[in-house]
Write a protein that binds this ligand. Structure first.
Ligand code: MOS
Length: 735
């Protein structure tokens, strides 16, 4: 298809606002009389609050009010149908379920005053010695809650009789999203209406959950989120601080801003849970999978049920006749886990793609070749054809760009100077989902277009993609396009999560733009219009002007609207996943090849380069899409080598609740990246055929790195992050 702006690597539509500081984030809103909240959080992991002595705090400078567990307002629990971060509303009872739980909130004239006064609260606890933050021990001592996620055939029996077998367990730690922007809610009431400027990935979800929590109609809640400084899943759902900001604002009769400090971000705003996974693969001598059993257990909290669906991807990524998947959860005294980028698939493929590498070693088959032999021709789980599956092509192209054919399979055989070189690969995958999106597009008398939808830009490029679609269909430049998002007053749009926003909204923008163009054409062809009597269907827009398809007639937006004495025309559209979803299975695929370098003398391990090929359907903007994958790969380096939350088993506290002890990768950890986005439109998925690209880049990266580490060192690491001490024991395998 001929295109002007779709696919181009255009700069961010909102980039200037961000670099000049004009973009306003939730914490930048300073309504008149704004007060600030700060939380006192539990020092113990289990027990109850016996007393709160606020005598000193109350008279501290600037203090306006204190809410605490023994004098708490009543909130309603949201029903299961409404997604929230913690099912238990804050301060619901005086019980302590985890260290770091909010037990009181102090509101003061300034942030510093609120913080100071929170430290003056004297809270007495009855401490319960029985608590658990030890995942391994909990699994030994207690029964986990089991969900059978389904499968096919009789994989247990087939596995037992398979010629080649791998049976291994893989662990991953609690990880924190560590978005740069802290969680923050700025809330105020306008009579009975609640307004929240919120760092959220889903304004409509916040509205629904807040309305349920306060027992009021949704029409009385407004949530806005114009810009977000990273979310990665941590800002999908309602967390306690937002409820407490709204409550404090209600009781004080003043706007209140509640920003979680970095430490609180680690405990009361979600993280990726611990996982322990067992993968069994049975195969023929020639490497064809015959049986696959994937079991995963993740921890959840006492105040919420969260399942990390690690095993779902294993039912369809590869071809295998007999498959079983089982999920389990076990409760710990921690804050609630929540989705983190690529939830399910990211830890799931860490295990599956490691196990496949182990099988390749066992069989003596090249890991690339082994995967290619098992590419799924159709979705064997749903028994449906794929809308498109370029898995094999991704694997081959990544390997080719990387130079995989030069790999010597012998462990520890490749070196350069002091460094041992390891090459590993893994597949990437993410289910492509769509949800309902409503969009309006208006043409205004000043000649510009305005596109609106209540979805969000979480830094991913939503503003840019919206503007591109309108520009593509109208020929208007970005200067003449206004994008309105992140506001519950706009037409209903999707959550910015699950890599769904682009795929869901783009078709609706296109349809709404067409509808608005048709309205213009009707104005032009109606009695008194410049092209009266002509067929309105015979018009399109080019260069920002309404044009007949035969190019014989042409009129500008302003001229047309002014002539008709109208200030605007508006087109509206709703797009949702249609019946195609019943006929096809939609999934994105990819592949990562990784080079690690291990210096056994210096004990230095680094990820030197990565070649990735990703198929996410049509790419609307190569720059913002690539940016998602580059960021994901770096996040994968963090997952593989650095990131983990450590809990103190004696106190139950999170030790690593800060950016000094919780290590995230920095620029010097970023590998050289060679990325290809295949850009094959998937028209069955929706108009323009874009499937979304937020999560897939992270899936598979940790396994590819661990596989490369094995190739360099001969050490099979089955527990993340890969620590230097676990490699040092091995010494130099070629020595
Ligand atoms: Mo993503 S974990 O759905 O924000």
């Amino acid at each position: 298809m001929e295109t002007n702006v779709l696919g181009k690597p255009l700069n961010r539509f909102e980039g200037r606002l961000k670099v000049t500081g004009a973009a306003r984030y939730a914490g930048d809103y300073r309504p008149k009389e704004l007060a600030f909240a700060f939380a006192a959080r539990s020092e113990i992991a289990a027990g109850e609050v016996l007393s709160v002595d606020a005598t000193e705090a109350e008279v501290a400078p600037g203090v306006l009010g204190i809410i605490h567990a023994l004098d708490s307002p009543e909130f309603f629990r949201c029903p299961e149908s409404v997604s929230v971060g913690e099912r238990r509303p804050p301060l619901e009872d005086k019980m302590i379920y985890y260290a770091g739980q909010i037990v009181a909130v102090v509101v003061a004239e300034t942030y510093a005053q609120a913080r100071w006064a929170a430290g003056l609260l004297k809270i007495k606890y009855r401490e319960d010695e029985r608590f658990s933050v030890d995942f391994e021990k909990a699994l030994e001592e207690r029964e986990a809650k089991v969900t059978d996620r389904g499968g096919r055939g009789d994989p247990g029996a087939i596995f037992d009789e398979s010629e080649a077998r791998v049976d291994a367990s893989y662990d991953s730690p609690v990880e924190s999203h560590c978005a740069m922007e802290l969680h923050v809610s700025t809330a105020w009431w306008e009579e009975k209406r609640l307004v929240v400027e919120d760092s959220t990935q889903h304004v409509l979800g916040q509205r629904e959950a807040l309305a349920r929590t306060f027992g009021m109609p949704e029409s009385d809640v407004e949530a806005r989120s114009r810009f977000i400084g990273g979310g990665f899943g941590s800002k999908l759902f309602l967390w306690p601080h937002c409820i407490l900001a709204a409550e404090a604002a209600r009781s004080l009769g003043r706007p209140v801003q509640f920003m979680l400090d970095r430490r609180a971000n680690f405990t009361t705003a979600g993280n990726r849970p611990f996982t322990k996974q067992r993968v069994r693969i049975g195969a023929d001598r020639d490497g064809r999978f015959r049986a696959l059993l994937h079991e995963a257990t993740n921890h959840t909290s006492l105040v919420h049920d969260y399942e990390e669906s690690c095993t779902d991807v294993s039912r369809s990524l590869y071809s295998c006749p007999d498959v079983a998947t089982i999920q389990r959860t076990i409760r710990l005294n921690t804050g609630s886990p929540t989705p983190m980028r690529g939830p399910g698939e990211t830890p799931g493929l860490w295990a599956l793609e490691s196990a496949i590498d182990e099988l390749a070693v066992e069989l003596g088959i090249d890991p690339l070749e082994l995967r290619l032999r098992n590419v799924a021709e159709r979705d064997e789980d749903r028994a449906l054809p794929w809308s498109s599956n370029l898995h094999g092509r991704c694997l081959k192209e990544a390997a080719k760009r990387f130079g995989w054919e030069r790999r010597n399979p012998q462990v520890g055989s490749m070196r350069e100077g002091e460094e041992l070189i390891g090459w590993g690969l893994a597949s990437a995958s993410w289910e492509a989902m769509r949800t309902e999106a409503n969009v309006s597009v208006e043409f205004l008398a000043n000649g510009s277009a305005r596109v609106a939808c209540a979805t969000q830009d979480i830094g991913t490029g939503t503003y840019t993609v919206f503007a591109q679609v309108v520009s593509e269909l109208t020929g208007l430049g970005f200067d003449n396009i206004e994008v309105l998002i992140g506001d519950t007053r706009l037409p209903k749009g999707p959550i910015s999560g699950g890599s769904m926003a682009t795929g869901s909204v783009v078709p609706a923008i296109a349809d709404a733009t067409d509808a608005a163009i048709l309205k213009l054409a009707k104005l032009a062809t109606t009695q008194g219009g410049p092209f009266a009597g002509r067929d309105p269907e015979g018009f399109v827009m080019r260069d920002g002007k309404l044009c007949s398809k035969d190019r014989s007639a042409r009129v500008g937006i302003s001229e047309l609207l002014e002539g008709a004495r109208q200030s605007y025309v508006k087109g509206e559209a709703t797009a949702q996943s249609g019946e195609e979803q019943e006929k096809y299975s939609f999934r994105s695929f990819g592949a990562h090849c990784v080079e690690v370098r291990w210096n056994p003398d210096r004990g230095r391990l680094r990820v030197a380069r990565v070649a990735s090929v990703i198929d996410a359907g049509r790419i609307i903007n190569h720059k913002t899409a690539s940016n998602q994958v580059y960021g994901s790969i770096v996040m994968g380096v963090g997952m593989a080598l650095l990131e983990r939350c450590v809990y103190d088993k004696r106190s139950g506290r999170l030790v690593t609740d800060n950016l000094a002890d919780y290590l995230v990768p920095v620029m010097t950890d970023a590998p050289e990246m060679d990325l290809v986005l295949l850009d094959e439109p998937d028209p069955r998925f929706g108009r323009f055929g874009a499937r979304g690209i937020g999560e897939i880049g992270l899936t598979g990266v940790a396994a590819a790195i661990a596989n490369a580490v094995y190739h360099a060192t001969g050490r099979r690491i089955r527990s993340l992050p890969i620590r230097l001490d676990s490699l040092l024991e091995s010494g130099d395998p070629s020595a």
